[in-house]
Write a new protein. Structure first.
Length: 437
Protein backbone atom coordinates (compact mmCIF):
# COMPACT_ATOMS: atom_id res chain seq x y z
CA UNK A 1 0.00 0.00 0.00
CA UNK A 2 1.50 3.35 -1.02
CA UNK A 3 1.90 5.73 1.89
CA UNK A 4 1.76 9.50 1.80
CA UNK A 5 4.38 11.33 3.83
CA UNK A 6 3.21 13.73 6.53
CA UNK A 7 3.25 17.44 5.73
CA UNK A 8 4.02 18.13 9.41
CA UNK A 9 5.73 15.30 11.28
CA UNK A 10 4.88 13.93 14.71
CA UNK A 11 7.56 15.90 16.56
CA UNK A 12 7.41 18.99 14.34
CA UNK A 13 5.75 22.32 15.12
CA UNK A 14 3.74 24.20 12.49
CA UNK A 15 5.67 27.03 10.86
CA UNK A 16 3.73 29.88 12.45
CA UNK A 17 1.73 30.30 15.65
CA UNK A 18 -1.37 31.19 13.64
CA UNK A 19 -1.07 28.00 11.60
CA UNK A 20 -0.51 26.03 14.81
CA UNK A 21 -3.62 27.53 16.41
CA UNK A 22 -5.85 26.99 13.38
CA UNK A 23 -4.76 23.37 12.97
CA UNK A 24 -5.47 22.74 16.67
CA UNK A 25 -8.89 24.39 16.47
CA UNK A 26 -9.74 22.03 13.61
CA UNK A 27 -9.09 19.07 15.92
CA UNK A 28 -11.25 20.68 18.59
CA UNK A 29 -14.14 20.96 16.13
CA UNK A 30 -13.59 17.36 15.02
CA UNK A 31 -13.93 15.99 18.55
CA UNK A 32 -16.40 18.52 19.95
CA UNK A 33 -19.69 17.08 18.67
CA UNK A 34 -19.02 13.56 19.94
CA UNK A 35 -17.37 14.69 23.18
CA UNK A 36 -20.33 16.84 24.25
CA UNK A 37 -22.88 14.34 22.92
CA UNK A 38 -21.87 11.77 25.54
CA UNK A 39 -22.65 14.03 28.54
CA UNK A 40 -25.79 15.29 26.79
CA UNK A 41 -27.04 11.70 26.42
CA UNK A 42 -26.02 10.63 29.95
CA UNK A 43 -26.78 13.78 31.93
CA UNK A 44 -23.16 14.51 32.86
CA UNK A 45 -21.73 18.04 32.69
CA UNK A 46 -20.56 19.26 29.26
CA UNK A 47 -17.94 21.61 30.68
CA UNK A 48 -16.43 18.86 32.84
CA UNK A 49 -16.28 16.56 29.81
CA UNK A 50 -14.35 19.14 27.80
CA UNK A 51 -11.91 19.79 30.64
CA UNK A 52 -11.47 16.04 31.23
CA UNK A 53 -10.90 15.50 27.51
CA UNK A 54 -8.11 18.08 27.42
CA UNK A 55 -6.47 16.91 30.65
CA UNK A 56 -6.70 13.29 29.54
CA UNK A 57 -5.02 14.07 26.22
CA UNK A 58 -2.16 15.87 27.99
CA UNK A 59 -1.76 12.92 30.38
CA UNK A 60 -1.60 10.59 27.39
CA UNK A 61 1.04 12.75 25.69
CA UNK A 62 3.20 12.66 28.84
CA UNK A 63 2.81 8.88 29.28
CA UNK A 64 3.77 8.19 25.66
CA UNK A 65 6.70 10.61 25.61
CA UNK A 66 4.93 12.82 23.02
CA UNK A 67 5.44 10.15 20.36
CA UNK A 68 1.81 9.51 19.37
CA UNK A 69 -0.58 12.15 17.92
CA UNK A 70 -3.71 10.85 19.65
CA UNK A 71 -6.61 12.91 20.98
CA UNK A 72 -8.76 11.51 23.79
CA UNK A 73 -12.45 12.34 23.92
CA UNK A 74 -15.61 11.02 25.60
CA UNK A 75 -16.18 7.31 24.96
CA UNK A 76 -19.45 6.10 23.43
CA UNK A 77 -18.85 2.56 24.66
CA UNK A 78 -20.04 3.37 28.20
CA UNK A 79 -23.16 5.43 27.41
CA UNK A 80 -25.60 2.59 28.11
CA UNK A 81 -23.86 1.54 31.32
CA UNK A 82 -23.71 5.13 32.62
CA UNK A 83 -27.39 5.72 31.86
CA UNK A 84 -28.37 2.41 33.49
CA UNK A 85 -26.28 3.09 36.59
CA UNK A 86 -27.83 6.53 37.02
CA UNK A 87 -31.35 5.15 36.52
CA UNK A 88 -30.88 2.27 38.96
CA UNK A 89 -29.05 4.12 41.74
CA UNK A 90 -30.62 7.55 41.27
CA UNK A 91 -27.31 9.34 40.76
CA UNK A 92 -24.02 9.22 38.85
CA UNK A 93 -21.84 8.17 41.79
CA UNK A 94 -21.87 4.45 40.93
CA UNK A 95 -21.06 5.30 37.31
CA UNK A 96 -18.04 7.34 38.40
CA UNK A 97 -16.79 4.42 40.51
CA UNK A 98 -17.35 2.03 37.60
CA UNK A 99 -15.40 4.27 35.22
CA UNK A 100 -12.56 4.72 37.70
CA UNK A 101 -12.43 0.92 37.96
CA UNK A 102 -12.09 0.70 34.18
CA UNK A 103 -9.18 3.15 34.36
CA UNK A 104 -7.50 1.00 36.99
CA UNK A 105 -8.00 -2.13 34.85
CA UNK A 106 -6.24 -0.30 32.01
CA UNK A 107 -3.35 0.56 34.32
CA UNK A 108 -3.13 -3.04 35.57
CA UNK A 109 -3.04 -4.44 32.03
CA UNK A 110 -0.42 -1.83 31.08
CA UNK A 111 1.83 -3.02 33.93
CA UNK A 112 1.30 -6.67 32.98
CA UNK A 113 2.28 -5.90 29.40
CA UNK A 114 5.37 -4.01 30.56
CA UNK A 115 6.59 -7.17 32.35
CA UNK A 116 5.32 -9.93 30.05
CA UNK A 117 5.33 -8.18 26.68
CA UNK A 118 2.37 -7.65 24.39
CA UNK A 119 2.46 -11.00 22.55
CA UNK A 120 -0.43 -12.43 24.58
CA UNK A 121 -2.73 -9.50 23.93
CA UNK A 122 -1.78 -9.48 20.25
CA UNK A 123 -2.76 -13.15 20.15
CA UNK A 124 -6.01 -12.30 21.91
CA UNK A 125 -6.68 -9.39 19.53
CA UNK A 126 -5.16 -10.14 16.10
CA UNK A 127 -5.89 -8.03 12.99
CA UNK A 128 -8.70 -10.39 11.91
CA UNK A 129 -10.55 -9.33 15.09
CA UNK A 130 -9.42 -5.71 15.28
CA UNK A 131 -10.16 -4.95 11.60
CA UNK A 132 -13.89 -5.70 11.71
CA UNK A 133 -14.08 -4.10 15.15
CA UNK A 134 -12.90 -0.79 13.68
CA UNK A 135 -15.29 -1.23 10.77
CA UNK A 136 -18.14 -1.71 13.26
CA UNK A 137 -17.15 1.45 15.15
CA UNK A 138 -17.39 3.52 11.95
CA UNK A 139 -20.39 1.80 10.40
CA UNK A 140 -22.39 1.75 13.64
CA UNK A 141 -22.06 5.53 13.71
CA UNK A 142 -23.17 5.82 10.07
CA UNK A 143 -26.92 6.00 10.88
CA UNK A 144 -26.21 8.92 13.22
CA UNK A 145 -24.41 10.82 10.45
CA UNK A 146 -27.16 10.08 7.93
CA UNK A 147 -29.84 11.05 10.44
CA UNK A 148 -28.12 14.35 11.15
CA UNK A 149 -28.14 15.19 7.44
CA UNK A 150 -31.93 14.81 7.34
CA UNK A 151 -31.72 11.94 4.87
CA UNK A 152 -33.80 9.72 7.18
CA UNK A 153 -36.61 12.26 7.10
CA UNK A 154 -37.13 15.43 9.08
CA UNK A 155 -39.70 13.80 11.40
CA UNK A 156 -36.96 11.96 13.30
CA UNK A 157 -35.08 15.21 13.92
CA UNK A 158 -38.26 17.01 14.99
CA UNK A 159 -38.97 14.25 17.50
CA UNK A 160 -35.52 14.94 18.97
CA UNK A 161 -36.39 18.62 19.35
CA UNK A 162 -34.21 19.77 16.45
CA UNK A 163 -35.36 22.41 13.92
CA UNK A 164 -38.80 22.71 15.52
CA UNK A 165 -40.61 25.67 13.94
CA UNK A 166 -38.11 26.01 11.08
CA UNK A 167 -40.03 26.35 7.82
CA UNK A 168 -38.72 24.17 5.01
CA UNK A 169 -36.39 22.21 7.31
CA UNK A 170 -37.04 19.06 5.26
CA UNK A 171 -34.97 20.46 2.37
CA UNK A 172 -32.82 22.99 4.22
CA UNK A 173 -31.16 20.42 6.49
CA UNK A 174 -29.98 18.13 3.64
CA UNK A 175 -28.85 21.18 1.66
CA UNK A 176 -26.68 22.50 4.51
CA UNK A 177 -25.28 19.00 5.06
CA UNK A 178 -24.45 18.71 1.36
CA UNK A 179 -22.78 22.13 1.31
CA UNK A 180 -20.64 21.10 4.29
CA UNK A 181 -19.81 17.72 2.76
CA UNK A 182 -18.96 19.24 -0.61
CA UNK A 183 -16.72 21.84 1.03
CA UNK A 184 -14.67 19.13 2.76
CA UNK A 185 -14.31 17.17 -0.49
CA UNK A 186 -13.42 20.16 -2.69
CA UNK A 187 -10.92 21.67 -0.23
CA UNK A 188 -9.31 18.27 0.42
CA UNK A 189 -8.91 17.50 -3.28
CA UNK A 190 -8.37 20.92 -4.83
CA UNK A 191 -7.18 23.13 -2.00
CA UNK A 192 -3.64 24.51 -2.14
CA UNK A 193 -1.14 25.12 0.64
CA UNK A 194 -2.58 25.74 4.09
CA UNK A 195 -6.19 25.49 2.87
CA UNK A 196 -5.72 21.81 2.05
CA UNK A 197 -4.93 20.90 5.65
CA UNK A 198 -7.92 22.64 7.26
CA UNK A 199 -10.85 21.26 5.19
CA UNK A 200 -13.06 20.51 8.19
CA UNK A 201 -12.59 23.93 9.75
CA UNK A 202 -13.45 25.66 6.47
CA UNK A 203 -16.42 23.32 6.01
CA UNK A 204 -17.76 24.25 9.45
CA UNK A 205 -17.52 27.97 8.64
CA UNK A 206 -19.16 27.55 5.22
CA UNK A 207 -21.80 25.20 6.60
CA UNK A 208 -22.58 27.48 9.55
CA UNK A 209 -22.98 30.53 7.33
CA UNK A 210 -25.31 28.61 5.02
CA UNK A 211 -27.32 27.42 8.05
CA UNK A 212 -27.70 31.01 9.28
CA UNK A 213 -28.80 32.18 5.82
CA UNK A 214 -31.37 29.38 5.60
CA UNK A 215 -32.69 30.00 9.10
CA UNK A 216 -31.43 26.86 10.83
CA UNK A 217 -29.61 28.99 13.42
CA UNK A 218 -31.24 31.74 15.44
CA UNK A 219 -28.33 34.00 16.36
CA UNK A 220 -30.46 35.86 18.92
CA UNK A 221 -30.73 32.67 21.00
CA UNK A 222 -27.17 31.39 20.73
CA UNK A 223 -25.88 32.83 24.03
CA UNK A 224 -29.08 32.49 26.05
CA UNK A 225 -28.44 30.79 29.38
CA UNK A 226 -24.65 31.13 29.16
CA UNK A 227 -22.21 33.48 30.86
CA UNK A 228 -18.80 34.40 29.49
CA UNK A 229 -16.98 32.58 32.30
CA UNK A 230 -18.54 29.67 34.13
CA UNK A 231 -17.05 26.95 36.33
CA UNK A 232 -17.98 23.42 35.25
CA UNK A 233 -19.96 21.28 37.69
CA UNK A 234 -17.07 19.14 38.90
CA UNK A 235 -17.81 16.08 41.07
CA UNK A 236 -14.51 15.32 42.76
CA UNK A 237 -13.94 11.85 44.19
CA UNK A 238 -14.17 12.09 47.96
CA UNK A 239 -16.99 14.62 47.86
CA UNK A 240 -19.55 11.81 47.70
CA UNK A 241 -19.98 8.32 49.11
CA UNK A 242 -18.43 5.66 46.87
CA UNK A 243 -21.00 3.31 45.33
CA UNK A 244 -19.59 0.04 43.94
CA UNK A 245 -22.95 -1.44 42.88
CA UNK A 246 -22.37 -0.90 39.15
CA UNK A 247 -18.72 -1.96 38.88
CA UNK A 248 -19.69 -5.33 37.40
CA UNK A 249 -21.45 -3.54 34.53
CA UNK A 250 -18.37 -1.50 33.63
CA UNK A 251 -15.42 -3.84 34.17
CA UNK A 252 -16.08 -6.17 31.17
CA UNK A 253 -16.20 -3.19 28.81
CA UNK A 254 -12.53 -2.47 29.57
CA UNK A 255 -11.48 -5.36 27.32
CA UNK A 256 -13.65 -4.04 24.51
CA UNK A 257 -12.29 -0.51 24.67
CA UNK A 258 -8.72 -1.83 24.94
CA UNK A 259 -9.35 -3.67 21.67
CA UNK A 260 -10.65 -0.38 20.24
CA UNK A 261 -7.51 1.31 21.60
CA UNK A 262 -5.25 -1.18 19.86
CA UNK A 263 -7.19 -0.87 16.61
CA UNK A 264 -7.04 2.92 16.65
CA UNK A 265 -3.28 2.83 17.19
CA UNK A 266 -2.79 0.32 14.39
CA UNK A 267 -4.82 2.53 12.05
CA UNK A 268 -2.98 5.69 13.10
CA UNK A 269 0.33 3.89 12.70
CA UNK A 270 -0.69 2.90 9.18
CA UNK A 271 -1.52 6.52 8.38
CA UNK A 272 1.76 7.99 9.66
CA UNK A 273 3.92 4.93 8.85
CA UNK A 274 4.86 4.13 12.45
CA UNK A 275 4.37 1.12 14.74
CA UNK A 276 3.08 2.63 17.97
CA UNK A 277 2.58 -0.80 19.55
CA UNK A 278 6.38 -1.10 19.51
CA UNK A 279 7.37 2.54 20.06
CA UNK A 280 6.51 3.95 22.55
CA UNK A 281 4.86 0.57 23.24
CA UNK A 282 1.41 -0.73 24.00
CA UNK A 283 2.01 -0.58 27.75
CA UNK A 284 2.59 3.17 27.62
CA UNK A 285 -0.37 3.95 25.34
CA UNK A 286 -2.76 1.87 27.46
CA UNK A 287 -1.33 3.44 30.62
CA UNK A 288 -2.00 6.93 29.28
CA UNK A 289 -5.53 6.00 28.24
CA UNK A 290 -6.24 4.37 31.61
CA UNK A 291 -4.96 7.22 33.77
CA UNK A 292 -6.90 9.67 31.59
CA UNK A 293 -10.14 7.72 32.16
CA UNK A 294 -9.53 7.46 35.91
CA UNK A 295 -8.84 11.21 36.22
CA UNK A 296 -11.89 12.06 34.09
CA UNK A 297 -14.21 9.98 36.28
CA UNK A 298 -12.53 11.33 39.42
CA UNK A 299 -13.62 14.88 38.49
CA UNK A 300 -17.10 13.91 37.26
CA UNK A 301 -16.52 13.23 33.57
CA UNK A 302 -17.11 10.26 31.23
CA UNK A 303 -14.52 7.69 30.16
CA UNK A 304 -11.87 8.89 27.73
CA UNK A 305 -10.89 7.03 24.59
CA UNK A 306 -8.78 7.51 21.48
CA UNK A 307 -10.84 9.43 18.92
CA UNK A 308 -11.26 8.13 15.39
CA UNK A 309 -12.59 11.55 14.34
CA UNK A 310 -9.21 13.12 15.04
CA UNK A 311 -7.40 10.21 13.41
CA UNK A 312 -9.58 10.93 10.38
CA UNK A 313 -8.44 14.56 10.42
CA UNK A 314 -4.80 13.42 10.44
CA UNK A 315 -5.51 11.07 7.53
CA UNK A 316 -7.14 13.84 5.50
CA UNK A 317 -4.69 16.63 6.30
CA UNK A 318 -1.46 14.64 6.70
CA UNK A 319 -0.62 16.73 9.77
CA UNK A 320 0.47 14.38 12.57
CA UNK A 321 2.06 16.88 14.95
CA UNK A 322 1.76 16.11 18.67
CA UNK A 323 2.22 19.84 19.23
CA UNK A 324 -1.05 20.44 17.35
CA UNK A 325 -2.82 17.78 19.45
CA UNK A 326 -1.41 19.24 22.67
CA UNK A 327 -2.63 22.75 21.89
CA UNK A 328 -6.05 21.31 20.95
CA UNK A 329 -6.15 19.76 24.44
CA UNK A 330 -5.36 23.10 26.07
CA UNK A 331 -8.05 24.81 23.97
CA UNK A 332 -10.57 22.15 25.07
CA UNK A 333 -9.75 22.82 28.73
CA UNK A 334 -10.29 26.55 28.20
CA UNK A 335 -13.58 25.89 26.43
CA UNK A 336 -14.80 24.09 29.53
CA UNK A 337 -14.67 27.43 31.36
CA UNK A 338 -15.75 29.75 28.54
CA UNK A 339 -19.53 29.73 28.40
CA UNK A 340 -19.93 31.90 25.31
CA UNK A 341 -17.54 29.76 23.27
CA UNK A 342 -19.38 26.61 24.38
CA UNK A 343 -22.62 28.32 23.37
CA UNK A 344 -21.34 29.19 19.90
CA UNK A 345 -19.91 25.73 19.20
CA UNK A 346 -23.02 24.10 20.62
CA UNK A 347 -25.10 26.18 18.20
CA UNK A 348 -23.46 24.54 15.17
CA UNK A 349 -26.41 22.73 13.54
CA UNK A 350 -26.38 18.95 13.41
CA UNK A 351 -26.73 19.31 9.64
CA UNK A 352 -23.20 20.73 9.56
CA UNK A 353 -21.88 18.01 11.86
CA UNK A 354 -23.62 15.39 9.72
CA UNK A 355 -22.03 16.66 6.53
CA UNK A 356 -18.58 16.24 8.09
CA UNK A 357 -19.17 12.96 9.88
CA UNK A 358 -20.30 11.20 6.71
CA UNK A 359 -16.64 11.41 5.72
CA UNK A 360 -15.11 11.02 9.18
CA UNK A 361 -17.11 7.93 10.13
CA UNK A 362 -16.49 6.47 6.69
CA UNK A 363 -12.77 7.00 7.18
CA UNK A 364 -12.93 5.05 10.45
CA UNK A 365 -14.67 2.11 8.75
CA UNK A 366 -12.31 2.14 5.78
CA UNK A 367 -9.36 2.12 8.17
CA UNK A 368 -10.68 -1.18 9.52
CA UNK A 369 -10.46 -2.54 5.98
CA UNK A 370 -6.89 -1.23 5.78
CA UNK A 371 -5.97 -3.25 8.88
CA UNK A 372 -7.09 -6.44 7.11
CA UNK A 373 -5.29 -5.44 3.90
CA UNK A 374 -2.05 -4.61 5.68
CA UNK A 375 -2.16 -7.95 7.50
CA UNK A 376 -3.00 -9.64 4.18
CA UNK A 377 -5.85 -11.43 5.93
CA UNK A 378 -7.00 -14.26 3.68
CA UNK A 379 -10.80 -14.12 3.52
CA UNK A 380 -10.66 -17.24 1.41
CA UNK A 381 -9.72 -18.98 4.65
CA UNK A 382 -12.98 -20.15 6.24
CA UNK A 383 -11.77 -19.35 9.77
CA UNK A 384 -11.12 -15.71 8.91
CA UNK A 385 -14.33 -15.43 6.91
CA UNK A 386 -16.41 -16.77 9.81
CA UNK A 387 -14.81 -14.36 12.29
CA UNK A 388 -15.20 -11.25 10.14
CA UNK A 389 -18.73 -12.00 8.93
CA UNK A 390 -19.99 -12.97 12.40
CA UNK A 391 -18.57 -9.84 14.00
CA UNK A 392 -20.06 -7.56 11.35
CA UNK A 393 -23.54 -9.05 11.61
CA UNK A 394 -23.60 -9.06 15.41
CA UNK A 395 -22.02 -5.63 15.69
CA UNK A 396 -24.27 -3.95 13.15
CA UNK A 397 -27.41 -6.06 13.56
CA UNK A 398 -28.47 -4.77 16.96
CA UNK A 399 -27.65 -7.98 18.87
CA UNK A 400 -28.05 -7.69 22.65
CA UNK A 401 -27.19 -10.12 25.44
CA UNK A 402 -28.52 -9.27 28.91
CA UNK A 403 -26.34 -10.81 31.62
CA UNK A 404 -27.76 -9.09 34.71
CA UNK A 405 -30.27 -6.24 35.19
CA UNK A 406 -27.29 -3.86 35.21
CA UNK A 407 -25.09 -5.60 32.64
CA UNK A 408 -25.88 -5.79 28.95
CA UNK A 409 -23.52 -6.66 26.12
CA UNK A 410 -24.50 -5.31 22.73
CA UNK A 411 -23.16 -3.95 19.47
CA UNK A 412 -19.41 -3.50 19.43
CA UNK A 413 -18.95 -5.04 22.89
CA UNK A 414 -20.73 -8.27 22.00
CA UNK A 415 -19.12 -8.42 18.56
CA UNK A 416 -15.64 -8.00 20.08
CA UNK A 417 -16.16 -10.81 22.58
CA UNK A 418 -17.58 -13.09 19.87
CA UNK A 419 -14.61 -12.31 17.64
CA UNK A 420 -12.09 -13.03 20.40
CA UNK A 421 -13.73 -16.34 21.36
CA UNK A 422 -14.22 -17.45 17.74
CA UNK A 423 -10.59 -16.67 16.90
CA UNK A 424 -9.25 -18.67 19.86
CA UNK A 425 -11.56 -21.65 19.28
CA UNK A 426 -11.23 -21.78 15.48
CA UNK A 427 -7.44 -21.27 15.62
CA UNK A 428 -7.21 -24.27 17.97
CA UNK A 429 -9.40 -26.38 15.69
CA UNK A 430 -7.40 -25.29 12.66
CA UNK A 431 -4.10 -26.25 14.28
CA UNK A 432 -5.49 -29.65 15.29
CA UNK A 433 -6.70 -30.20 11.72
CA UNK A 434 -3.15 -29.50 10.47
CA UNK A 435 -1.76 -32.04 12.95
CA UNK A 436 -4.31 -34.65 11.90
CA UNK A 437 -3.59 -34.05 8.23
Amino acid sequence: MEKQSLLIGISEKPKTKLEWFVLSVQHVFAMFGATILVPILTGLDVGVSLVASGIGTLIYIVCTGAKVPVYLGSSFAYISSIATAIAVTGGPESAYVGLMTVGLIYVLIAFIISFTGSAWIRKLLPPVVIGPMIMIIGLSLAPTAVQETGLMGIDILLEQGKYVGVAGAAWKVPLVAFITFATVVVISMRGKGFLQIVPFLIAIVVGYISAVVLGLVDLSQVFTGYSFFQIPNFKFVGSYQLDFSSVVAFAPLALVTIAEHIGDHIVLGEIVDEDFLETPGLSKTILGDGIATFVSAAIGGPANTTYGENTGVIAMTRVGSVWVIGLAAIIAICLGFLGYVQAFISSIPWAVIGGMTIILYGLIASNGVKVLIKDRTDLGNMKNLVIVSTMLVIGLGGATLKITPQTTLSGMSLAAICGIVLNLVLSTLESKKVILD
